[in-house]
Design a protein around this ligand. Sequence first.
Ligand code: NAD
Length: 354
Amino acid sequence: MSLNFEHVTLGQRVLFGSGKAAGNLAAEVTRLGARKVMVIASEFEAPIAKKVTADISVTLDYDDVAPHVPIEKAEKARAAAQEHGIDLLVCVGGGSTTGLAKAIALTTGLPIIAVPTTYAGSEATNVWGLTEAARKTTGVDDRVLPATVVYDAELTLSLPADLSVASGLNALAHCVDSMWGPRVDPINQALAAEGIRALNQGLPLVNQDPSGLEGREQALYGAYLAAVAFASAGSGMHHKICHVLGGTWNMPHAQTHATVLPYVLAFNAPEAPDAAARIAAAFGTGNAVEGLNRLRATLDAPKALKDYGFTEDNIAEAVDIILPVIPASNPRTPTRENLTELLAAATAGTTPGL
Ligand code: NAD
């Protein structure tokens, strides 16, 4: 295959080290010359934030965080930042908390230092999301890309095993879909492959021993690579399917991703031999689908869409909505028939690829 591509690398400092978040954050605040820091963390994340921000001077602690960034919450947070003359945002938490910091940065241009505590990966992207009247809008703007990410696996130790597995499989879906996203290139593929390797190694360890650091570090590192690859490659077939299922049938996010992923991989792999070989190698197996099935079995991952309220009767409507939004870059051409088959198998939970 000849090498011919265009790739944009987003500029961001990444500081990774277990037990080092407070020190790394303090050094970054000094380096950026910030004087008035707003710390954003939800009520549940506040104890983590307190430890992480122990060495910096905080002007405003802010905890009015909600999933999917409702516009009213964003406007209230923007007003609070302005009222206190804030010059730096520090967010400590999952994707919802990072999302609120991004919403403030979008209109104010304030820099962000993100300290993630889940494997969502929002901290490594320039994508923002806001919800208004139950409709989620997303957009791309470099102002929302955190200037610095401070990763510390110790901060993820309190994330329960089931939530860690779901969040980690969501990161794995970022990697797999990056292999054929609309802006796929060899750099995204290399990052995604290393992300798969790290998540495949880390997630079983996290599942067995949620309080062990080794698995947590690998999972967090993999989640970062997944987000970088995905931000660059863009949403592929898997994310288009999950977006429709989540938006139209209100399916739970992580479970839907975990269930659908192997079916999309089994669907595309025969038509994408290079990507399939990279994915297989990253899993340490000879076959990509087998590698993913093995990891999912180890993690006892969700298996069937029917377990989450989706039924066979919904398939025809889902196909209508999904078919037109699958990117032209997808290796296998989707048709009404093959997409119906894929969704029927995912609904029933038939082992993918067999
Ligand atoms: P979340 O931020 O809603 O967190 C889930 C729950 O876990 C919350 O109750 C939170 O308080 C808790 N939590 C977080 N860290 C914890 C820890 N270490 N220990 C114990 N509890 C903890 O969920 P999420 O999965 O991190 O993020 C999902 C959101 O992020 C979605 O809105 C999604 O759309 C968004 N997202 C955006 C991007 C992007 O690029 N813009 C990328 C990925 C996800």
